[in-house]
Every structure is written in C-alpha cells, then in structure tokens.
Design a protein. Sequence first.
Length: 210
Amino acid sequence: MNMRLKFARLLIGLSLLLGPQTAWAASRQSGVSLTFTLADLGEGDLSIKAIFDQAYVHFPLAEGLEIQRATLHLHLSHDPKLLPELSDLTLALNDEPVINLPLTAGNAKPTFVDVPLPSAALRPGDNTLLFRFNLRLRDTGCADRADPNLWARVFADTSIELNGADRPIAPDLARYPAPFTTLSVLGGPQIVLVLPGQPTRAELTAAVQL
C-alpha cells in the first residue's frame, strides 16, 4: 500500500474521531424508542410439543444505548387441557430470571401479556431471551408425549420494546474498529462512510477499501 493511500485512510479515520464533537454528542444523547418483533429478528412462531422444551431468541444491541425500560409484549397460546399446576413458561434474559408464568385457562386462547424485562441485564452485542416450557396433561407418567393436546405457542408478533437514551461513545483509537463498526438492532448491515466535501480519487479509493 502506497503512502498516499495510507494517509488517506488515516484522514478518514481522524475525521470520524475528531469531527464537531458538540453536535455529535448532542445527537447521540437523543431519546431512543425501539420496538421489534420476533419476526423482525427472523424467527417464526415458537411451537412447543414436548413435556419439556426451550427456545432461545437472540437480538443485538448497539454500543452506546442506555436502556432505562424494557418490556416484552408476549403473545402466547396453549392447549386448555394443560394442567396449570404443572405447566408453565419461564423466561430469562441473559441468564437472569424474568418470570415464571403458569399456563392456565385464562391464557389458553391467544393472549398478550406484558412482561417487564430487567434493563440492567441488557448489554452491547448479543443478548439472549430464553423461553423454557413445562407442559403436562397428566400428573404422572410419560403418556403426555404422544398426546396431540400437548402444545404451547409463542407467536412471532411477540415484541420487545426498549426505551432509553443514545449516549456518546468516547473516541479511542485503541478500540478500533469500534465504534465505527457496531451491531444494529435489526436488518442487514449498514455502512456509512464519512468523506471530505470534495474527496480526491485516492480518498475515494481508500474509503471503498476500508
């Protein structure tokens, strides 16, 4: 790599780090409200047809998000013949217990349940939401396994709502490529390149090779 290209890359990196910090910080401190469904994360309905089963849903959070309130809008259904004293749904966020929800006649039909999530358990990068089911139609034996009434479902329109603030990230080349590369909550990768107003050919070449 020639020196001119190296210098162009350095200029682009410095422009990202040393831009107008006041405006950058003000925009990063704005309020954040995010809502996304399991379908948005690429998941379908979570269908359980076993005495014991569990499913994991992963979702990313970008660095710099300070979540102050998190809610799971849970949409579920199950067979009304399940024994409520032996059937339940346990939720955990990043291994922190959230709720143990008995599966009763009251939530057998498609039902929405708002479940507060511990915002302190959320972290930049990958987050994991665990759905753990215990389903029983009989209090003893294993005959449940072949019974078509042994089922529960979490629908794909179940959503996670996050409210908080977007905080500025202190520039630090030691953390490169962060914060220039970070996980988005949804969708495919998005790339933003910051260039001078009238970039030269060398600067454009350096940008596309970053």
